[in-house]
Design a protein around this ligand. Sequence first.
Ligand SMILES: C[S@@+](CC[C@H](N)C(=O)[O-])C[C@H]1O[C@@H](n2cnc3c(N)ncnc32)[C@H](O)[C@@H]1O
Length: 232
Amino acid sequence: MTHASGHASEHASEHPPGHGGPDAAAFWEERYLTHRDESGKMWSGRVNPAVAREVAELAPGTALELGSGEGADALWIAARGWTVTALDISPAALAVGAKEAAARGLADRIAWVQEDLVVWRPTAEYDLVTSAFFHSPFDFPREQILRRAAGAVAPGGRLLVVGHGAPPPGSNHDHAMEGPPLPTSDEVLASLELPTDWVVETNTLVERAITLPDGTETAVADTVLRVRRPSR
Ligand SMILES: C[S@@+](CC[C@H](N)C(=O)[O-])C[C@H]1O[C@@H](n2cnc3c(N)ncnc32)[C@H](O)[C@@H]1O
């Protein structure tokens, strides 16, 4: 996760509202609107390093991103020749991405689509389906959503899931994730219930150095899972 001042959830501040319910959209929209820096962004605009590493070696095609936020990953992927569909629940976040895409001459490469992934059903297949730090303080069916995402991978394509391996320092994730703990990449893999002919290409925990808003250097751990659907 690429927060404007460093890492993802380094706004230690507010506690999220209660789990579940329809106010996820309002929560995220409010968060994006009120945590902006002077450039109008909540996150840094830098691609997540694990996403860059995992996607750099792939031949471009069509990509779908779940929970794109302000689109740093979508923009990076599109700049490498992919055609990207970026889905997020927050119109404010998507608007930041769309503005940046226009500024970088990538507008025709990325579709920004407001979507509540809890009710989303894939309608197409993609060479890459990716999600980074698709976590939420709401008690949402992440495993189910990722299983549906696997169903949107085209033959020969990949699903990439990058997540927090532990609550990021200063975040409210430890409070917010009172339900199930953050899953390991093994647990994500198991929850996908993939057919046995899918190939696990990456399944690891990677440490990453970050600078906290107070200037302190620390490390966070990201879970990284990349699986490939066999070609027909
Ligand atoms: C922790 S942020 C990660 C954003 C981005 N992937 C990144 O790495 O910077 C989680 C994102 O998931 C989105 N999100 C949360 N619940 C969602 C839902 N039900 N449907 C679609 N997007 C959702 C939020 O709006 C937010 O942008």
